[in-house]
Ligand binder design. Structure first.
Ligand code: NAX
Length: 339
């Protein structure tokens, strides 16, 4: 039998936590043959609720779930983990300045970086046998991931990513709705940049599988105006639309996207398909190194690589630079909070 993988979920007593733990325990993240042990972390005020989640996991009698640790101690939570899903963070509350939220989260990610670095499984640090994924979901996701990377220098930068797959999936969903095609027939949209409203959802390379072969989305959607304006803002503003409708932020879609992100990273993307991931920039597409920026990537054997050579027009260039600029500002704000 395969040995269990230890999966850390921080913020596990929260909304996304509640949606993602059953997915992981059912094999949605790592496959139907991979046993898992869940390490759930939250903070003291949520300790009782966290224990309730643990009780429900026991009650669900998931065959793949070989153990649950529920704790408020980051060291215990990080001990020996192979995969880390960082959902815990400080939410923006009414009347709070951007800088205040940033400051709270930067200190959380700085502290958790050292807990992970010291206590995660060796393979999390050296990138074997999986690439031992660390996925940051909590906002500001890109900048939290950057801080985690900076304060966990022995974890390879390639192992630290942030979630923009939800935005990617939202873009697929919008194309599918608009063309009335199956979402599984749409592929290769791109989310560039920050997981914020400056992100750039790009359809210039996206295609749809039709009965007469693969067709560019640009060819099938006759309304350029929709693609260049409303489509983009709908994807950018989708999180706000969900909050307005549900009075709560996205949770099931975020949890599902997080499973997609890790699954594709560990098990590989299908031939000819790419996905969007927030990764440490290597300067590709003129995006300055030192930012966690969302790029199109393919994954193989636990390693992601940025899709190279895509043609970028002027319209895209401007939008890619705008979102990069916001990330530069977030980075300096984050550092000013640390000083
Ligand atoms: P909740 O507020 O329901 O849950 C967050 C949990 O984190 C709470 O239980 C809280 O006690 C815990 N927490 C706070 N500080 C912690 C710490 N230091 N260590 C461990 N746990 C801690 O939020 P939820 O709706 O689950 O969203 C979680 C995060 O995901 C938020 O930051 C949210 O903004 C972000 N999102 C990111 C998305 C993305 O695509 N990247 C989309 C969904 C979501 O909005």
């Amino acid at each position: 039998a395969r040995s269990s993988l230890k999966v850390l979920v921080t913020g596990a007593a929260g909304q996304i936590g509640y949606a993602i733990v059953p997915m992981i325990a059912r094999g949605v993240m790592l496959g139907p043959d991979q046993p898992v042990i869940l390490h759930l972390l939250d903070i003291e005020p949520a300790a009782e609720a966290l224990n309730g989640v643990k009780m429900e996991l026991i009650d669900a009698a998931f065959p793949l779930l070989k153990g649950v640790i529920a704790t408020t101690d980051p060291i215990e939570a990080c001990m020996g983990v192979n995969i880390a899903v960082m959902v815990g963070g400080f939410p923006r509350k009414e009347g709070m300045e951007r800088k205040d939220v940033m400051s709270k989260n930067v200190s959380i990610y700085k502290a958790q970086a050292s807990a992970l670095e010291k206590h995660a499984a060796e393979d999390c640090k050296v990138g074997k046998p999986l690439n031992s994924p660390v996925l940051v979901i909590a906002n500001p996701a890109n900048t939290n991931a950057l801080i985690l990377k900076e304060f966990a220098p022995s974890i390879p930068e390639k192992n630290i990513t942030c979630l923009t797959r939800l935005d990617h999936n939202r873009a697929l969903g919008q194309i599918s709705e608009s063309l009335d095609v199956q979402v599984s027939d749409v592929k290769n949209v791109i989310i560039w940049g920050n997981h914020s409203s400056t992100q750039y959802p790009d359809v210039n390379h996206a295609t749809v599988q039709t009965s007469s072969g693969e067709k560019p989305v640009r060819e099938l959607v006759s309304d350029d105006k929709w693609l260049n304006a409303e489509f983009i803002t709908t994807v950018q503003q989708r999180g706000a639309a969900i909050i307005k409708a549900r009075k709560l932020s996205s949770a099931l879609s975020a949890a599902s996207a997080a499973c997609d992100h890790i699954r594709d990273w560990v098990l590989g993307t299908p031939e000819g398909t790419w996905v969007s991931m927030g990764v440490y920039s290597d300067g590709s597409y003129g995006i300055q190194p030192g930012l966690v920026y969302s790029f199109p990537v393919t994954c193989k054997k636990g390693k992601w690589s940025i899709v190279q050579g895509l043609k970028i027009d002027e319209f895209s260039r401007a939008k890619m630079d705008t979102t990069a600029k916001e990330l530069v500002e977030e980075k300096s704000l984050a550092y000013s909070c640390l000083n």
